[in-house]
Design a protein. Structure first.
Length: 211
């Protein structure tokens, strides 16, 4: 994807003429970002431009596309049997069929060492992490508490670009999407007041060195 294609917070940053200059896969990424962040006007413009193109350019676009096709967060969760409580802000849910908690995990936040991986899921606000006290943050805490007493949970990797000064779950510069084919089998552990997702070989050793 063209690195200059970044999602802006204002609709006037993406007029139809600018969108029309993008390749099909870039428009699809922009549309997914717009839907994730509730920018319906930009998403509708993307739909309009795509509709005028029909099948043109699909071959060239497919050649440049990454092997891993990313999808929106809501679509990735629905594929795992989970329907998000809030399409814009929820980062996890519980699968009704078996009660498994499925977490959205920011891929860049995953730490790996000694064959194990770990990712911080929730921590107290303490003035520097206000997302923890938001409705979405409190929802994540409930999911962590539920998963803590379960034999296992699942994680979906979310890709995007961070926005300085914000937790990615709260606000990101852009959200490229979720890899629907990669499902992490994890367990949740509590360290102090923090909740971590751990998986892979020697996961406990990794957690001890994660902070």
């Amino acid at each position: 994807m063209n690195p200059d294609v970044r999602f802006g917070s204002r609709a006037d940053e993406w007029p139809r003429e600018r969108i029309a200059q993008l390749e099909r896969d870039e428009i699809e990424h922009l549309r997914a970002n717009a839907r994730e962040l509730g920018e319906s006007e930009i998403a509708e413009l993307c739909d309009a431009v795509l509709a005028t193109r029909g099948e043109r350019g699909r071959g060239a676009t497919a050649t440049r596309a990454k092997a891993k096709r990313l999808v929106s967060r809501s679509a990735a969760f629905e594929a795992r049997g989970v329907y998000l409580h809030n399409l814009r802000t929820s980062w996890g849910g519980v699968r009704r069929s078996d009660g498994t908690v499925v977490f959205g995990i920011w891929a860049d936040a995953v730490k790996s060492r000694d064959g194990g991986c770990a990712c911080l899921l929730w921590q107290p606000n303490a003035g520097s992490h206000p997302w923890s006290d938001s409705p979405a943050g409190r929802e994540r805490l409930k999911h962590c508490e539920l998963a803590l007493t379960s034999p296992g949970a699942e994680g979906l990797l979310v890709y995007g670009e961070r926005l300085a000064g914000h937790a990615p779950e709260e606000k990101a510069r852009s959200i490229h999407g979720v890899d629907p084919h990669t499902v992490v089998q994890l367990r949740v552990v509590k360290q102090g007041e923090e909740y971590w997702a751990v998986w892979g070989a020697r996961a406990n050793a990794r957690l001890n060195g994660a902070a």
